[in-house]
Design a protein around this ligand. Structure first.
Ligand code: NIG
Ligand code: FE
Length: 409
């Protein structure tokens, strides 16, 4: 069977971001977005075959191929967004706790009183796999409707073998958008255990080998912060998964300084997420490292806490990505436009930096920058077409009309 080739024409503009990719996502400027006027975009079922302007000669791409044309009416072509940090699979919600926070209780106080992650844990354990699949599929579809082509999804509300596997199986069954699953067994201390040491040992020796045997994922995450896991647990997890050939990512230094982000950045973590409480020295070293710094301004906004020092991180050469951190507690929003708006307003990111953060840099955090994040020949055929123009994006938090082109159309 010959692959079906599609020629997309008629858009006003395209941004290929190949300059962002060439710089590996460091200090992206407007010119690195590579604006193409009157673009021609050609794909087969899987790959990008051509991206360029009407003036270029693209006939050779079509040699011996049957192609059909799709005419777009104006608008903007972009690489699809990568949403690289979500807790999308969870039972219930925590709307009642939000009211407690408005009345003055902090995230940590609510957690100490038995709310927080523990309350979602209970509802997630009670839910069946098909109930979780139904609610998670709706959330994933909502991300897709905003232009997401690849979505990271964490476990972490099961915190025992059976329920963590149940969540990972839900992630495996999600459809319509590429999903990357991450094991977050070290999210919080379940009530069956009395110490973090004891629970970390259990996860590293009992749970992880079984998750690996089921081939349900190949990345692990941990929440290192005041009242949660410590640097020693991060090191233990890192040692364990290194032997398994898995990737490491981490939630670190969100509520307090723990040195987790720097340790992760210097020890091969693909991304260090939150990374709010950093010393000047740590900030500079993390910026120079290969790790992606995953800013999650939705959580900072909802918890009314400090935002990460993204301006300085970028200026020192750091690769910064953005994500919603969608979860029922610290960041219940799935609104990508709003996250980009927060990034611009509160962290002084330029529009070019926000676009790079939600495409190439987010893909890098997942180790998928050769597939997603820019429109380049040979990369996965996943693009989005906005009816809006570039300056309409990440400005008012509203959902923009768009369609997927290529694989996910
Ligand atoms: O990224 N920090 C840890 N995990 C989530 C919150 C999870 C929850 O509150 O349910 C976060 O903010
Ligand atoms: Fe998170």
């Amino acid at each position: 069977m010959t692959a079906s080739v599609v020629i997309y024409r008629g858009a006003d503009e395209a941004l290929s971001l190949h300059g962002v990719a060439a710089k590996k996502g460091r200090q992206p400027k407007f010119e690195d977005l590579n604006l193409i006027k009157k673009p021609v975009f050609i794909t087969d079922d899987h790959q990008i075959l051509f991206i360029g302007s009407e003036d270029e000669d693209w006939s050779s791409v079509l040699k011996n191929k049957e192609a059909h044309q799709v005419t777009l009416s104006g608008g903007l072509l972009l690489p699809g967004f990568v949403e690289a940090h979500t807790h999308l699979v969870h039972g219930g919600d925590r709307k009642d706790e939000f009211e407690m926070r408005i009345a003055g209780k902090s995230y940590e106080e609510i957690a100490q009183a038995g709310g927080g992650i523990a309350s979602t844990l209970k509802k997630t354990r009670e839910a069946t796999q098909s109930e979780l699949l139904e609610s998670s599929q709706k959330s994933l579809d909502f991300f897709k409707s905003q232009g997401v082509v690849c979505c990271e999804v964490k476990s972490g509300y099961g915190l025992n073998l059976e329920d963590e596997i149940k969540i990972l199986k839900v992630i495996e069954r999600l459809e319509g958008t590429h999903c990357v699953s991450t094991f977050l067994g070290l999210h919080s201390l379940p009530s069956e255990f009395t110490t973090f040491d004891e629970y970390t040992n259990f996860v590293c020796t009992e749970v992880l080998p079984k998750v690996q045997a089921e081939t349900l994922c190949r990345r692990a995450d941990i929440f290192v912060d005041r009242g949660y896991f410590e640097l020693a647990h991060l090191k233990q997890l890192s040692n364990t998964i290194k032997k398994m050939g898995w990737d490491l990512t981490l939630h670190g230094d969100q509520l307090s300084a723990q040195g987790a982000s720097l340790w992760g950045a210097q020890n091969g973590a693909k991304s260090v997420d939150h990374a709010v409480h950093l010393s000047d020295e740590e900030l500079k070293k993390i910026a120079k490292s290969e790790a992606v710094i995953m800013a999650l301004p939705g959580a900072d906004f909802y918890l009314d806490l400090a935002y990460p020092r993204v301006r300085e991180l970028i200026d020192h050469g750091g690769k910064v990505a953005l994500a919603t951190d969608f979860n029922p507690g610290s960041s219940p929003t799935q609104n990508i436009d709003f996250i980009g708006l927060l990034a611009r307003l509160k962290m002084k990111m330029s529009l070019a930096e926000v676009l790079a953060a939600y495409t190439y840099n987010a893909a890098s955090a997942l180790g998928l920058e050769n597939k997603y994040g820019s429109l380049e020949v040979g990369k996965s055929a996943n693009a989005i077409h906005f009816e809006a123009g570039l300056t309409d994006l990440f400005y008012d938090g509203s959902q923009k009309k768009l369609q997927h082109l290529g694989e996910l159309k």
